[in-house]
Design a protein around this ligand. Structure first.
Ligand SMILES: Cc1cc2nc3c(=O)[nH]c(=O)nc-3n(C[C@H](O)[C@H](O)[C@H](O)COP(=O)(O)OP(=O)(O)OC[C@H]3O[C@@H](n4cnc5c(N)ncnc54)[C@H](O)[C@@H]3O)c2cc1C
Length: 473
């Protein structure tokens, strides 16, 4: 190995000599990859094709020992450092240009203790890995709706999905985590151990260290659950959405219904003439007794004249993969997000207007329903603070070619701007792009000063800055 120039923490150039690189390589069980090595391209590639960053070197970690070596090396040489879990972050924070990438994506182990209803999860595990292992015992905890998303990044930002109304945010189910902080120590964070660190990592993103293991509380779920979709024409949108918002106010925690507005994909239960037209889809999920679920879901079928529907029992793991085909990696993506406590007439009007002018057939606006158990923790119980949010809205700008960039980004920004007066002002940190640093305080909310205190204590030099960054004071 030759000496090499690596981007430093201050944006400077740090020359790392050959012997230091050789020593790092020899100290790791996983490979240390340079740009010409096999595996480098895969390691640097993330879900959003808008992100094209080239780290100088990649520490592809096989275990905790490798992570510690990489963190100590980064700190000693003051290198710009990125940490990659599932690589789904829309802002592309999992990868940096010219610095060191600590790639955890090989560490996908999930171990379930079905007697204690607890799972131990590696930092490279995807939601699919997690659900697969837990569902072998009919267990689950709330995670997101796309099975290839990483457990790590999702959890550190808060995490929500179909089970959140019943069992809360992903972080509400975190019992403990092992965190390798900037000085290389491995600290157990829990209510008892380093509680300030535990408070901070439950919503404060990757700001405080590299989490090498998550420990989650699990709940009986499925394995068969009642799920489905009811689809209406966009022409009925205002009426069906107003009925939806009233329906939500009386909805039990077992049931969840998300609404997605987009062009209809060629779903087999929709007549061919509907494919490619603008629709409002209600995606329904019931975590409890199926008969009760059918009763709870029934009103959704009568908001208007449905263009098509399917409702039936299916394995929870299959439902967790239902939307994967619409969310494959490799497309160009730009998102904007708002939290809402209610869907005002104004918010509905704005959404309908923007769906009438979709700039690409892959673009969509969704309102993910949370509420229920997610609202029953105090806003200061942990860093994730949006306990008022009932809907997390995301405008998914998604398209195929660079030529469409400007049109699609402007569309997403337009929706965001026009919807803002109807929203809470809060935003889910995991949906922030890399061009909205001014929204970071709103994303972290009233506990921001507490996050800064934790940052000062655990990462005073801001080694972990490739995230929605909390700067040390
Ligand atoms: C298609 C799609 C669907 C989604 N659906 C949902 C959803 O339903 N619900 C939801 O809550 N979110 C959802 N998200 C958002 C998701 O929570 C974020 O994208 C999250 O950052 C993904 O985590 P990751 O590990 O894949 O990401 P990465 O890009 O690998 O990491 C994200 C951030 O976390 C840091 N990080 C990663 N691992 C660690 C670690 N072990 N220790 C310290 N820092 C770490 C990274 O440095 C980076 O800053 C979705 C995203 C996508 C792309």
């Amino acid at each position: 190995m030759n000496s090499m120039n690596v981007v430093g923490l201050a944006g400077d150039v740090v020359t790392v000599d050959a012997s230091a690189l050789e020593a790092l390589k020899a100290s790791m069980r996983g490979p240390l990859l340079l740009p010409d090595d096999d595996g480098y391209e895969t390691a640097r590639t993330v879900w959003n094709a808008m992100i094209d960053r080239k780290p100088a070197l990649v520490a592809r970690c096989s275990g905790v020992a490798d992570i510690r070596q990489a963190v100590v090396f980064a700190r000693e040489h003051r290198l710009l450092t990125a940490v990659k879990g599932g690589g789904h972050n829309i802002a592309g924070n999992a990868v940096c240009n010219g610095g060191l990438l600590i790639d955890l994506s090989a560490m996908r182990g999930v171990t379930v203790d079905p007697i204690a209803s607890v799972a131990h999860v590696g930092p490279g595990a995807t939601l699919g890995d997690f659900d697969h292992e837990c569902q072998a015992f009919g267990l689950a905890t709330p995670v997101g709706i796309n099975s290839t998303t990483g457990v790590a990044g999702l959890t550190l930002g808060g995490g929500f999905g179909w089970l959140s109304r019943k069992h809360g945010m992903t972080v509400d189910n975190l019992i403990a985590a092992d965190v390798i902080v900037a000085d290389g120590r491995l600290l157990r964070a829990s209510e008892k151990d380093h509680p300030d660190l535990f408070w901070a990592i439950r919503g404060g993103s990757g700001n405080f260290g590299v989490v090498s293991r998550f420990e989650f509380k699990l709940h009986p779920v499925g394995p068969q659950v009642l799920t489905g979709m009811v689809v209406y024409s966009l022409k009925e949108a205002a009426s069906v959405l107003k009925q939806f918002r009233e329906y939500v106010k009386k909805l039990g925690d077992d049931t969840n219904v998300w609404t997605v507005m987009r062009k209809a994909p060629p779903l087999p239960f929709l007549p061919p003439q509907v494919h490619g037209t603008e629709i409002v889809a209600f995606c329904v999920f019931h975590a409890g007794d199926p008969d009760e679920g059918r009763r709870a879901i029934e009103p959704v079928r009568h908001f208007g004249t449905a263009l098509g529907e399917f409702i039936g029992m299916q394995p929870y793991v299959a439902w967790q993969q239902t939307f994967d085909a619409l969310l494959t990696p490799g497309a160009r993506n730009y998102w904007k997000s708002h939290n809402f406590v209610d869907l005002s007439d104004g918010a509905i009007d704005v959404a309908v207007k923007y769906v009438q002018h979709l700039p690409s057939p892959h673009c969509e606006i969704f309102f993910g329903l949370i509420g229920g158990a997610t609202t029953r923790r105090k806003p200061d119980a942990m860093a994730y603070s949006h306990r008022d949010a009932i809907y997390v809205c995301n405008v998914h700008g998604r398209w195929e070619t660079a030529a469409e960039d400007q049109r699609c980004i402007e569309w997403a920004r337009g929706f965001f701007r026009d919807a803002a007066p109807h929203a809470t002002g809060g935003v889910y940190v995991n949906f922030l792009t890399d061009d909205e640093p001014e929204r970071i305080p709103a994303a972290y909310g009233p506990g921001y000063a507490r996050l800064v205190a934790a940052k000062n204590k655990y990462d005073p030099t801001n080694l972990f800055r490739m995230n929605q960054n909390v700067r040390p004071a």
